[in-house]
Design a protein. Sequence first.
Length: 146
Amino acid sequence: MDNQDKYMISIVGEQCLDGETDKIEVMTSGKFMRKRDHYYIGYKEYSEDNPAEYYDNLIKVEENTVTISRKGQMQTRLILEKGRRHQCIYQTIAGDFTIGVFTKTLTNNLTEKGGTLEVSYTLDFDTNLVSENRFYIKVEEKTNEE
């Protein structure tokens, strides 16, 4: 991806765990492109504790599948496929573990100029529900003033 962070990417993520909802909102510069039938959204996620540390996030969007790859000190790869459950490896400081990811809804409104992506899914550990999750991503080309 070589379009030099020409896009503004806003992400709203919600996680519902034991009746408590956590919401995070992030706005960052990033890359966006279409290659064949797929869209790619790329951005860096910086550590709040140490701004020198970051993860490279790459989101590949296909018709009914979104793959989120996160590279850095710890790596994760979530496969979100509408109506299906996937097993994904999740790396943490405490070690690697396998989580189940079931995608309930996937709404892809991306075009060559940007757009939106919305996904809702559940996470489970040993088939026990851990959390209900949703994220909404908006991709817009930056104007010259930004």
